[in-house]
Design a protein around this ligand. Structure first.
Ligand SMILES: [Zn+2]
Length: 274
């Protein structure tokens, strides 16, 4: 029997690897993402709707308006056309948390507002979450989790028919894209992803006209909020203050130059929540 050439297979694999390679904005790190947007984006959108349906979402009011305005300003700086951005403020003063899902779906729990303290602090938290989305961290994590799903076979099963996935496998998919709390399984973003979201967030907030130094001081308030008996949910998946400070300080001079070129005319550091 004639031996089949392996070259076509090698060529297909090489093309697949090239197509699966994406680049993290600002930092330029190459990443391996095998999950196509066609799968991930609808998944993010439906998980967002189902998560919000069990929460009390603010539909009007000053804070709701501010979240929309800041989100639009930062998304404009991010310049990504792939996302259908949506920002929700959840009326939940007991929870210090913010989260993001693929496709540009952002949510903030109102308990985080006193930690933000001012408009610029809120801009950083939103820019950090937008940073996770634009850097495709959910997709990268899901690509890594494919091993748990049984590789591409598992993904195909998911594509063909979601119900073919076991409850456990579905939980892994949802947790990987960031809906861990909902399914009782949290896969924290890695330190690397957190560092990247901090840097991207700082650069984006500066580009949107907010003083980047607020991205550093906010962590002091977050630390104080976490010093009591209840650790903020935002912290349980977002590690290490000293490391964050160090990384943000390294990028501060560059972010300041961006801010000087774009700064907003009103004072965004005036205390609004305490
Ligand atoms: Zn984060």
């Amino acid at each position: 029997m004639r031996k089949l050439s392996t070259w076509p297979l090698v060529a297909i694999l090489a093309t697949w690897v090239v197509l699966a390679c994406t680049k993290v904005p600002i930092l330029g790190r190459h990443q391996f993402n095998v999950i196509p947007d066609a799968i991930l984006l609808p998944l993010g959108a439906s998980a967002y709707q189902s998560t919000l349906s069990s929460l009390k979402v603010a539909r009007k009011g000053e804070e709701h308006e501010m979240v929309q305005t800041i989100g639009d300003r930062i998304a404009k700086v991010a310049g990504s056309q792939r996302h259908d951005w949506e920002y929700s403020l959840v009326d939940d003063t007991d929870t210090i948390n913010a989260w993001a899902l693929p496709g540009g779906k952002i949510a903030l729990h109102s308990g985080i507002l006193p930690v933000c303290a001012n408009e610029a602090g809120l801009a950083f938290i939103m820019a950090h979450e937008i940073g996770h989305v634009v850097a495709r961290h959910g997709s990268e994590r899901l690509s890594q989790q494919l091993v748990v799903l049984g590789g591409l076979t598992g993904l195909n099963a998911y594509l063909d028919n979601r119900t073919e996935l076991s409850t456990e496998q579905q939980a892994v998919v949802l947790a990987a894209v960031g809906v861990g709390a909902e399914v009782g399984l949290v896969l924290p973003y890695s330190r690397k992803h957190e560092r990247e979201a901090d840097v991207i967030g700082m650069m984006y907030m500066a580009g949107a006209g907010y003083p980047p130094k607020q991205s550093i001081v906010i962590w002091n308030r977050m630390k104080r909020a976490g010093s009591g008996s209840s650790v903020p949910a935002f912290l349980s998946t977002h590690p290490s203050y000293d490391e964050r400070h160090q990384t943000l300080r390294q990028w501060l001079p560059q972010a300041k130059r961006r801010y000087e070129r774009n700064k907003l005319s009103h004072d965004t550091t005036e205390t609004l929540w305490q």
